[in-house]
Design a protein around this ligand. Sequence first.
Ligand SMILES: [Zn+2]
Length: 294
Amino acid sequence: MSAAATPGQGPVARGEGAVGHTAEIGVIGGSGFYAFLDDVTEITVETPYGAPSDSLFLGEIAGRRVAFLPRHGRGHHLTPAGINYRANLWALRSVGVRQVLGPCAVGGLRPEYGPGTLLVPDQLVDRTKSRPGTYFDGETRPDGERSQVVHVSLADPYCPVGRRVALDAARGRDWDAADGGTMCVIEGPRFSTRAESRWHAAQGWSVVGMTGHPEAALARELELCYTSMALVTDLDAGAEAGEGVSHAEVLEVFGRNVGRLREVLFDVVAGLPERRDCPCGSALGGQATGIALP
Ligand SMILES: [Zn+2]
């Protein structure tokens, strides 16, 4: 990787001093997470899958280099289905990221997971419909490279080490995060009907979100560690008796908790291992993919 890389092959720096910009940890979340960092460098990155949601914002926390990527783009202009998840994960890996944190807003499917709950899921269920969910589709990319069809395990979709660090960090800030649970990922952007919501709850699932898939699956395909941190902003339609969830309500609860979540997130960054010994880094098991990972 160098700043001289051509579009489609790596990062293209904007501004000065971009040579050698790398990060080891990626955070996919809103601008509220890096807005208060000193010395943030913005770089644009092109990928063979198109442009990511926004620039990468590189900064440092506790001596660790972090790349922040606003999942919905600044100004929140991308729908959950409109996010280029493949470009996002590829861009992060191409600047050196190997461990990814994915904070997100979710609805609670059980009364005990009310607004303000932080849940670190250990499972997910994909209920999305229209999102490219693999790099290994056997198709030829615009740059002429063609992937093979490769199957990876997603039995345990989240990094076990990242989950543990996230839970410890939350508890260290007196936030008793829920350890484990299943995130159901729906297509959106609409919220669930009551019937859908009750059905999700009846399956034993814990929370419902719109972005957790294919983010986790694509991270696995790139042999990245991925840890989801789900902030409950509302009780989903089937779990409450009122009018049902509104976007304003979600924004209000998220806004109230974003400072707290940022503190925890920074502690997670500081606590992640510098050298990985989890299984994530060998998820492909040496299978030939036909395309070189960045
Ligand atoms: Zn891992």
